[in-house]
Design a protein around this ligand. Structure first.
Ligand SMILES: Nc1nc2c(ncn2[C@@H]2O[C@H](COP(=O)(O)OP(=O)(O)OP(=O)(O)O)[C@@H](O)[C@H]2O)c(=O)[nH]1
Length: 205
């Protein structure tokens, strides 16, 4: 009999046009569409992965980055297990807006302690020519260091660079944080880091 599969909710946030839908599509179906349309509201897709011998179904929520869709996306933040904060390395404004995205997520997801929530930061579109790049890897790493020491990944949905790695890192970070909570609390069962998050198991028997 196969083991249990854990369902994990992963939300992708960032300015409109940074490549959130493209990253999700690259991760789920290994495809890239250069004519990708803006997302309206939210969309989600599932992908099964195995990490360290354990099975997970990632329910990936792709949100609309444009400001006018704020009221459509924020109701879907609650219950998230981890969050990918995304900017375009060719768009410095999208980098500056990471603070806003993190704040918006913490507020609407009702997460009290931002430092104990698994955020991974993605600088997407690293395939662009050097002269189009507006944010360096060092600048991004500094931001991450100052903001909860989030892991940083330079990705390209177009050229399939670091996409699987970034999604996997988010799950690994979640598992690591949960392990720390378990060790501190002495629990032997899996405990949820956040009270608002309910862990759903489903059996692949
Ligand atoms: N060069 C390059 N272009 C990309 C990459 N990822 C996405 N794009 C392009 O950037 C544009 C926007 O991509 P989307 O994936 O729709 O961006 P989004 O963040 O989902 O946008 P919203 O839905 O408006 O929030 C599209 O033209 C994509 O083809 C990448 O890694 N490299």
């Amino acid at each position: 009999m196969a083991g249990k599969t854990q369902l994990l909710k992963v939300v992708i946030l960032g300015d409109g046009g940074v490549g959130k839908s493209s990253l999700m599509n690259r991760f789920i179906s290994n495809k890239f569409d250069s004519q990708s349309f803006h997302t309206i509201g939210v969309e989600f897709l599932n992908k099964d992965i195995v990490i360290d011998g354990h099975s997970y179904t990632l329910q990936i929520w792709d949100t609309a980055g444009q400001e006018r869709f704020k009221s459509l996306r924020t109701p879907f933040y609650r219950g998230s297990d981890c969050c990918l904060l995304t900017f375009g390395v060719d768009d410095v404004q999208s980098f500056h807006n990471l603070n806003m995205w993190k704040k918006e997520f913490l507020y609407y997801a009702d997460v009290k302690d931002g430092d104990s929530f698994p955020f991974v930061v993605l600088g997407n579109k690293v395939d662009v020519p050097p002269e189009e790049r507006q944010v360096t890897a060092d600048e991004a790493k500094l931001w991450c260091e100052a903001n909860g020491r989030s892991p940083y990944y330079e990705t390209s949905a177009k050229d399939a660079i670091n996409v699987d790695e970034a999604f996997t890192a988010a799950v690994k970070l979640l598992l690591k944080m949960e392990e720390r909570v378990e060790m501190r609390s002495g629990y032997t069962d899996t405990v949820n880091l956040h009270k608002n998050r309910s862990r759903k198991d489903h059996c692949q028997c």
